[in-house]
Design a protein around this ligand. Structure first.
Ligand code: ZN
Length: 191
């Protein structure tokens, strides 16, 4: 990886687009605490739309667009949950967007394709809510507890992926190569 290109660009605010590896540098760097969001342009460029807006509760947030078919991306900062929020998932079904989330652990990609559903019965909102809650609680417990094996993490992700697939969601997780290194540093930082 090039030496801190992503961080350099963000710090100087000379930002128009970033590459995947530049965003990886940013999200795996614990000094960078602002959420960044944008949309994907072409195959390899990630356009930056907003950087680090803070809401009334002091939480970092993004206000990405909602045009159907567009791939939007945003970051989850180092000291926040690295998995998709329920809102992140529902954006795909509500607006037919493709969502990419760059987190300290890896990259999530979610899309919704109801055409491949076997049943014509619409998916109940409650189903995805319940499913996500279980997924969230498992990961939250795992990371707050301070014990974490990569395999354990992958099992939880796989279960969730399988469950929501039945509802039309396609989820992928591309872990960063140094996932194991996070075992120690992440535990220290988590809550
Ligand atoms: Zn998110």
């Amino acid at each position: 990886m090039s030496e801190n290109n992503g961080m350099k660009k963000i710090k100087n605010l000379k930002v128009n687009t970033l590459t995947k590896s530049e965003i990886e540098e940013i999200v795996t760097n614990d000094v960078y605490k602002k959420e960044i969001c944008g949309d994907k342009v072409g195959r390899v460029r990630y356009r930056v739309n907003t950087i680090g807006k803070i809401n009334r509760n002091g939480r970092s947030y993004c206000d990405n667009g909602i045009s159907a078919g567009v791939t939007y991306w945003h970051t989850h900062t180092y000291n926040n949950p690295f998995w998709p929020s329920l809102e992140d998932i529902k954006r795909c079904s509500n607006y037919k967007t493709i969502e990419m989330i760059f987190s300290s652990m890896g990259i999530w990609k979610i899309k919704f394709d109801s055409s491949k559903l076997r049943s014509s019965i619409p998916v109940q909102t409650k189903d995805i809510d319940d499913c996500w809650k279980i997924f969230h609680n498992k990961l939250d417990k795992m990371f707050c507890g301070g014990t974490f094996e990569p395999q354990e993490l992958f099992n939880v992700i796989y279960d969730f992926k399988k469950q929501i697939r039945k509802m039309g969601y396609r989820l992928t997780f591309e872990p960063f190569g140094n996932l194991k290194e996070f075992k120690t540093s992440f535990n220290k930082l988590w809550k």
